[in-house]
Design a protein around this ligand. Structure first.
Ligand code: TYD
Length: 132
């Protein structure tokens, strides 16, 4: 599966911690878009889609949430619970996000602008395209 956990280096001192994200350095693509999900209500599951052509790096900068990742053959559940860890998602991968803590802020960097046409929102269609 085209996913990878990236450890982000902390610049820490007696005042606390700082992490810098730099395109094509610790973020392995050109960054065109950043969005973040917060204030998620209890028992909400988001996502339910795959992208035909998008690279994303997801970082839970506060709290925690869990990703279900599915490449059409295998499924993985990955909990993000640290601002020092980035989840890189590339290729045709179905994703769902659930188990959000109340304080969860899930930040996502992407290599393309928002494009609804890049989404596959039907799971059967995703399975069809992932077998190609
Ligand atoms: P949605 O795709 O439902 O989010 P998720 O798949 O993470 O649960 O997006 C919610 C709304 O926000 C929807 O109207 C589309 C819009 N949106 C943008 O305008 N730009 C973006 O970058 C994203 C991710 C969503």
């Amino acid at each position: 599966m085209k996913i990878k956990l990236i450890d982000l280096t902390i610049m820490g001192d007696e005042r606390g911690s700082l992490i810098a994200l730099e395109q094509n350095h610790n973020v392995p693509f050109d960054v065109k878009r950043v969005y973040y999900i917060f204030g998620t209500q209890d028992n909400v599951c988001r996502g339910h889609h795959a992208h035909r052509n998008l690279k994303q790096l997801a970082i839970c900068v506060s709290g925690y949430c869990t990703f279900l990742l599915d490449d059409g053959k295998t499924k993985e559940h990955i909990q993000l619970s640290s601002p020092t860890q980035g989840l890189l998602i590339e290729g045709l991968i179905w994703r769902e996000m659930y188990n959000f803590s109340k304080d969860c802020v899930l930040m996502v960097l992407a290599d393309e602008y928002y494009n609804p046409e890049d989404y596959i929102r039907d799971y059967q269609q995703f399975l069809k395209e992932s077998q190609k």
